[in-house]
Design a protein around this ligand. Structure first.
Ligand SMILES: [Zn+2]
Length: 565
């Protein structure tokens, strides 16, 4: 998700308050200083958010049990997060995040309250016992407060407190970018996921239903308190930002899909008033799983099932709980982002957010700077859906049409270690980069094998850009390092310059990084031919005096006749 937000995410500055205000320079400050030498408060907070600090690196998350009570009247959330972790290295203080105005009130381990120091959004917890490498531990964080209200969900993040048309509460969390710590305390960095998943126990007024990630394993009814607690279980690793609550007057329907790994449970939770519309529109969910299993391999979370859940905002890739708010219409809020036509053949949110189950949820970026791994492949999944269910011509038309959304103002890859996303070009330009790479590979079966191979090789892992780039180069047998550099780390679009005069016919790449040498399919006198230009002029063979020349439009490049004739 996140198609409108073209701003770098800045971490708002919050002074140290609360539990134990930091009077002296903490070791985190010293270490942050080493990582990011600028002595500014904002930079330090960005490093605390974005770097794998020593206070994060020494322990590995294995499980969360998030137990919360949601009070729609007071718009508060309170509860506990019981976190299990394994010790990997020499013990340090333990770093977690919770963003104001939410408050971490107490941290308990083995029946004892632990010392906690706050530094902005980060909390540093000192275990009382010595924790040996390889040992496993549990601690419980108690928290409460009135979480930030999302103003433009899902782009800003927070909690949305809406009403449905019957006046009943319709509530949801969304926190991509801003971080899950906007409403609950956790290790808020993408590189580490709880290996054994999460159990969520969400207490809501008894007339409402909570839908969260994974499978509903139990519902408790507290008749005295007039509340129900819904227990949802995820057994696979899960992104922090994917963990979500959705509370409303939900009704349920479902189906079974015979997929590549057997029977997939597909469940749909929608507002009562939208049941009829949903039963028609959500037929595309199965179509999406079918198409994307073909291209990307098995749906990555059979154990946790697949769900599509109506939300009071446009949508988000919450793992095994994909949220939907596209108005039961095809396109992106009823329009075609490519302006080419094929974008109205499918429901953008169903396809895009479901595509993220493979890229974002299965394969996750370690650092948000590499978020192209989520968005570029998912952008491309939209055209793969079209290619599978409609035609390659329409799919190609759609992907090329999306170029109108590309800005080329900042590189796709952001800044590492400071919680900084790259530019919004990670969607349409990233998708077009993948489409261009596919043209160079020039073998659709090989291309599909590579896509499927990514899902298998990096199954349930967090990765960096280099992992994905190297895999594609190795598997294709073509060195794409310069292509990735050009499209991910530079804003310039390569220009294929050509020069035709008399017997002279030359081409070269310009407006590109030094050494850029991507092969390209061109049409000379309408005949398809491969060229391997470099950044120096090279001769092109032609049997005609005034050949016609054009590059294949599926390559995302510019062309320039340097003589202008
Ligand atoms: Zn997305």
């Amino acid at each position: 998700m996140d198609l409108k937000n073209n701003k770098m995410k800045m971490i708002p500055l919050i002074a140290a308050t609360g539990l134990t205000a930091l009077l002296a320079l903490s070791s985190a400050q010293v270490k942050a200083g080493e990582l990011f030498p600028q002595n500014s408060e904002v930079s330090r907070q960005a490093v605390l958010r974005g770097a794998i600090t020593p206070e994060r690196a020494w322990w590995d998350l294995s499980h969360y049990h998030l137990s919360v009570k949601v009070d729609p009247k007071k718009q508060t959330i309170s509860g506990t997060n019981t976190m299990k972790y394994r010790v990997l290295a020499k013990q340090e203080r333990l770093q977690v995040e919770l963003q104001a105005p939410m408050q971490l009130t107490k941290v308990m381990q083995n029946g004892q309250a632990l010392t906690v120091e706050q530094d902005g959004y980060s909390y540093f917890i000192t275990p009382k016992t010595s924790q040996a490498i390889g040992s496993e531990h549990t601690l419980t964080m108690h928290f409460s407060g009135k979480p930030l209200v999302a103003k433009r969900a899902p782009w800003d993040g927070g909690i949305t407190w809406e009403k449905d048309s019957n006046g009943l509460d319709f509530i949801a969390s969304s926190n991509q970018g801003i971080g899950a710590s906007i409403w609950w305390p956790n290790k808020d960095h993408a590189y580490d996921e709880p290996d054994n998943g999460v159990l969520m126990s969400v207490e809501v007024p008894e007339h409402l239903v909570d839908v969260s990630n994974g499978r509903l394993i139990k519902t408790d009814h507290n008749q005295q308190a007039k509340t129900k607690t819904y227990h949802w279980q995820v057994i696979n690793p899960i992104n922090n930002y994917g963990i979500n609550i959705n509370i409303g007057d939900y009704v349920h329907f479902g189906e079974k899909y015979q997929g590549e790994k057997g029977q997939l449970d597909m469940d749909y939770w929608v507002l009562r008033e939208n049941l009829t519309k949903a039963k028609t529109q959500f037929k595309q969910a199965k179509m999406t799983i079918e198409a994307l299993e073909h291209w990307f391999g098995p749906y990555p979370f059979y154990e946790d099932s697949y769900k599509l859940v109506e939300a009071p905002y446009l949508g988000m890739e919450h793992q095994s709980s994909v949220t939907y708010g596209n108005g039961y219409k095809n396109g992106y809020l009823g329009r075609d982002r490519s302006l080419a036509g094929p974008g109205l053949l499918f429901d953008f949110i169903i396809v895009h957010e479901t595509g993220h189950e493979w890229f974002a949820n299965n394969i996750t970026n370690k650092d948000v700077a590499d978020m192209w791994i989520h968005e570029s492949f998912t952008n491309y999944s939209e055209s793969l859906f079209l290619e599978y269910h409609f035609s390659q011509a329409q799919a190609y038309e759609y992907i090329r049409g999306q170029r109108i959304n590309i800005r080329n103002q900042a590189p796709i890859i952001g800044k590492y270690n400071v919680h900084s996303e790259g530019s919004s070009d990670m969607y349409d330009k990233g998708g077009n980069m993948l489409h261009t790479i596919r043209q160079v590979i020039n073998d659709d079966e090989k291309w599909r094998e590579i896509l499927r191979g990514l899902g298998e090789t990096f199954y349930h892992q967090t990765v960096d850009s280099q992992d994905i780039e190297s895999y594609i180069s190795e598997q294709s047998g073509i060195d794409f390092s310069k292509v990735f550099d050009q499209y991910l780390r530079d804003i310039r679009i390569p220009t294929l310059e050509y020069y035709i005069k008399g017997d002279t016919f030359k081409v070269r790449w310009s407006n590109a990084k030094k050494g850029f040498d991507m092969p390209i399919r061109v049409y000379i006198n309408d005949k398809s031919q491969w060229l391997t230009p470099t950044t120096s002029w090279s001769d092109v063979e032609s049997d005609k005096k005034h050949p016609s020349f054009k590059a294949d439009s599926n390559f995302y490049i510019n062309t320039l006749n340097v003589l202008g004739n």
